[in-house]
Design a protein around this ligand. Structure first.
Ligand SMILES: Nc1ncnc2c1ncn2[C@@H]1O[C@H](COP(=O)(O)OP(=O)(O)OP(=O)(O)O)[C@@H](O)[C@H]1O
Ligand SMILES: [Mg+2]
Length: 310
């Protein structure tokens, strides 16, 4: 088997605020193989961007080893960087340049000469063909995200790092972005992306590492992660009753409110549902909007950390 394309071993990293140190990564080991779409899933402040910054050579860890395609990032940062396409969490596009000017600027930074035909071809792949002469500031949020991704792959890198590529996108733009990410993957690239959205991790990723408070708490395929945690189906319903009355109902293993929905993990959904109807009636309420869903990565996170992804 070939070496992993991305490898982090024993990584510790901290930020300094005057005399204070904030630990951001606390003993992280991570391996990504050639050709994976790998997801780093975790809540705000978990350490996702910090991990990417280390791979990008922007932040030096206090301890640990990092390699990209077998190259030691700390010893040979310039050579490692040539393997990477990077989309930052907040892409600062230069407002007053046109789309075509930005592509030329980026490709020259990578020391790649691009002809007009190549620029057109690149933008067409990202569905921006008609925006060549538009100013970056005139693009919609989704178009700006696609442009940031086009710029990230202008140097044809084998590894692409995407920091929350779809946050702040509406569902349609998000799906368009998923298609583009899949295409980058089909072209033979390895993708490492971060997200807080468990449905994104499930939809795109061959493997997922769940990261919380600077530590990787689980790493596997989404299906295996869900299997391992031994969560039963989740009964969802709109109902207003006290949680401490739900917990003792037959079949119930756990119960919580998420927004206006009650979510009940139950070994016997039908029995629990009947009991919920009765409980609602006692409170002069009705049960609405009932659904039973299989366990998902959100449940995995909840089980492992006792908190929701947020
Ligand atoms: N430049 C910085 N200076 C000081 N502390 C920082 C800095 N960047 C991040 N941190 C802290 O390091 C920890 C990890 O932050 P990081 O940005 O890696 O999280 P994240 O998982 O990317 O979160 P988000 O989902 O909000 O982007 C947090 O406690 C954060 O407050
Ligand atoms: Mg981040």
């Amino acid at each position: 088997m070939s070496d992993p394309i991305i490898q982090l071993t024993g990584i510790h990293a901290a930020y300094r605020h005057g005399r204070q140190r904030v630990t951001a990564l606390d003993g992280v080991d991570l391996t990504v193989e050639h050709g994976e779409i790998f997801g780093l899933l975790g809540p705000n402040g978990a350490g996702k961007t910090t991990l990417l910054s280390i791979l990008e050579g922007l932040l030096r860890p206090d301890r640990g080893r990092v390699t990209l395609d077998g190259i030691d990032v700390l010893a040979a940062p310039a050579e490692a960087k040539r393997r990477l396409g990077i989309q930052l969490q907040r892409s600062a596009l230069i407002d007053d340049l046109t789309v075509a000017e930005l592509v030329h600027l980026y490709s020259s930074l990578y020391e790649v000469e691009m002809s007009k035909a190549q620029v057109d071809e690149l933008l067409a792949r990202f569905d921006l063909a008609d925006k060549v002469r538009s100013f970056a500031r005139r693009l919609s949020g989704g178009q700006q995200q696609r442009l940031a991704l086009a710029l990230a792959v202008a140097n044809d890198p084998p590894i692409v790092l995407l920091d929350e590529p779809t946050s702040a996108l509406d569902p349609r733009a998000r799906r368009a972005m998923w298609d583009i990410i899949r295409r980058l993957h089909t072209e033979g690239r390895t993708i490492l992306l971060t997200t807080h959205a468990m449905e994104e991790a499930e939809a795109l990723c061959s493997r997922v590492a769940i990261i919380d408070r600077g530590q990787i708490v689980a790493c596997d395929t989404p299906a295996a992660l869900i299997d391992q945690i031994d969560v039963r189906p989740i009964l969802k319903a709109v109902i207003e009753v006290p949680l401490d009355r739900v917990a003792p109902l037959p079949g119930v293993r756990a119960a919580r409110y998420t927004g206006q929905h009650l979510e009940v993990e139950t070994a016997e959904p039908q029995v629990t549902l009947a009991a919920l109807h009765q409980l609602a009636a006692e409170h002069g309420r009705r049960v609405g909007d009932v659904a039973i869903r299989p366990p998902n990565l959100e449940d995995v996170f909840l089980k492992l950390t006792g908190r929701s992804l947020g």
